[in-house]
Write a protein that binds this ligand. Structure first.
Ligand code: NAP
Length: 261
C-alpha cells in the first residue's frame, strides 16, 4: 500500500500491529521497534489531546469497527495483532477478537493483572460505574473520582456529594454538579503525593477502576494507610484469547510464534 506505515521493502519481516493506549503497549512498542526481525506499528484511539510521543511507528484513530479492523489486518498482511489496550477499553478488545477470527490473524492480549485486596484495604467492589454511584449512598461525602473522564457523567445522578475529579484531559461536556474540582494530571502517581492529596482534600471515599499496574496504584496504597474506603469498579470477564501479563512474557511469546528459528 502506498501510504502504509509498514516497511513495504521488507515484506519478509512479520508485521505486528499493537493496539495501544497503555504504558505496557508503549513499552512493548519500544522494545519491538528495536528488534529488526519484526516490523511493528502501534495504534492509538486518538482520545488524548496531547499524547506522549510513541517510541515506534504510530497510526492514530479508529478503524471503523471490527469490520474496518479486519480490512486493515488483511490489507496490511498483519502476522500478529497484540491487544495491549486498557482493561476497561471493552469495545476495541471485542473488535480485535472478532477481526482476528474473521481474518485468521494471530491475536495476543497483553493484560496487566488486577489488583487484589490486601489486609487493611476497605474496598466495596462493584460491576460498573453506574453501580459505583449508588454505592456512594445518599449522605453527602467527599469523593475522589479517579476513573477517567469518559464515564464521569454518571455522577450527575448524585449531586449531593463533593467531587475532586482527576483526568488527563478535561471532562467534556462539563459536569452538571454543584460542588466539583478538576485536577488535570497524567500518572504515574506516587503514594506519598496521593496521601497528601487525599488528606488536603479531606477525601472520605475514592472511586477507582481495577486497572492493575503500578502507575495508578499509589492512591490504593494511600487509601489503605489512611483507612479510606475505595469503591472499586471491577473488570468484566475478558474474552478467551491467548493472554500474557507482562511485556517480557509478550516478547517471549512473539519470538516463539514469529521469529525464524
Ligand atoms: P473503547 O470504548 O474500547 O473503544 C472505542 C473505539 O475507539 C473503538 O471501537 C475504536 O474505534 C477506537 N479505539 C480504541 N482503542 C483504539 C486503538 N488503540 N487504536 C485505534 N482505535 C481505537 O476504548 P476507550 O475506553 O474509549 O479507550 C480508548 C483508548 O484509551 C484505548 O486505546 C485504551 O487503551 C485507552 N485507555 C482507556 C482507558 C479506559 O478506562 N477505558 C484508560 C486508559 C487508557 P473503531 O471502532 O472505529 O475502530
Amino acid at each position: 500500500m502506498a501510504d502504509s506505515l509498514f516497511d513495504t521493502s521488507a515484506m519478509e519481516k512479520p508485521r505486528i500491529l499493537i493496539l495501544g493506549g497503555t504504558t505496557e503497549a508503549r513499552e512493548l512498542a519500544r522494545r519491538l521497534a528495536e528488534d529488526s526481525r519484526f516490523d511493528t506499528v502501534i495504534s492509538l484511539a486518538g482520545r488524548t489531546a496531547d499524547p506522549k510521543p510513541q517510541p515506534a511507528k504510530t497510526r492514530i484513530g479508529g478503524f471503523g469497527g471490527a469490520e474496518g479492523l479486519a480490512h486493515f489486518l488483511s490489507d496490511e498482511e498483519i502476522a500478529l495483532l497484540v491487544d495491549a489496550t486498557h482493561p476497561f477499553a471493552a469495545r476495541i478488545s471485542h473488535n480485535a477478537t472478532e477481526a482476528a477470527q474473521r481474518t485468521g490473524t494471530r491475536l495476543l492480549a497483553l493484560r496487566r493483572p488486577e489488583w487484589q485486596p490486601e489486609p487493611g484495604d476497605r474496598w466495596t467492589s462493584v460491576e460498573s460505574v453506574a453501580e459505583a454511584v449508588h454505592a456512594l449512598g445518599t449522605a453527602p461525602r467527599r469523593v475522589f473520582l479517579a476513573i477517567g473522564r469518559q464515564e464521569a457523567f454518571h455522577f450527575e445522578a448524585a449531586p449531593q456529594h463533593s467531587y475532586i475529579i482527576r483526568s488527563v484531559d478535561p471532562v467534556t461536556p462539563p459536569l452538571n454538579l454543584p460542588d466539583q474540582q478538576a485536577i488535570l494530571a497524567t500518572g504515574p502517581f506516587a503514594e506519598a503525593d496521593e496521601a497528601a492529596l487525599l488528606e488536603a482534600q479531606k477525601i472520605d471515599v475514592i472511586v477507582a477502576k481495577n486497572s492493575g499496574g503500578s502507575a495508578t496504584y499509589g492512591k490504593i496504597e494511600a487509601a489503605r494507610r489512611l483507612g479510606i474506603e475505595v469503591i472499586m469498579v471491577e473488570r468484566r470477564k475478558p474474552a478467551n484469547v491467548p493472554a500474557v501479563d507482562t511485556c517480557d512474557e509478550a516478547l517471549d511469546r512473539i519470538a516463539h510464534w514469529l521469529a525464524p528459528a
